[in-house]
Design a binder for this molecule. Structure first.
Ligand SMILES: [Zn+2]
Length: 93
């Protein structure tokens, strides 16, 4: 456990949290300790493998869902998104 974690407590990695079908889980960004969000207190604490063991828990997904919005895609055909126009006509003269 990192010194800061022993003083301040663990700090969850909010970008890489996942739900194991029972509770939210994450890792500490400072020391890597596996964390679980306690269902009763709603506080994050270190995951206790004996106390928190359940066959219903699913493992950490290998690929977390991409939370960034698609860029430059319109619909499912991959066509580029329409661009904004100024409303002015382009004249070649
Ligand atoms: Zn920690």
């Amino acid at each position: 456990m990192a010194l800061l974690c022993s003083i301040l407590g663990h700090k969850r990695d909010s970008l890489h949290a996942w739900h194991d079908s029972l509770d939210w889980r994450s890792n500490c960004v400072r020391c890597g300790t596996l964390l679980v969000k306690d269902a009763f207190t709603q506080q994050w604490r270190a995951f206790d493998r004996e106390k928190d063991f359940s066959l219903d828990r699913k493992g950490k997904p290998t690929v977390l869902p991409d939370r960034t919005p698609p860029v430059g895609k319109c619909g499912t055909d991959g066509a580029p998104a329409p661009t904004r126009t100024t409303g002015l006509l382009d004249r070649d003269s």
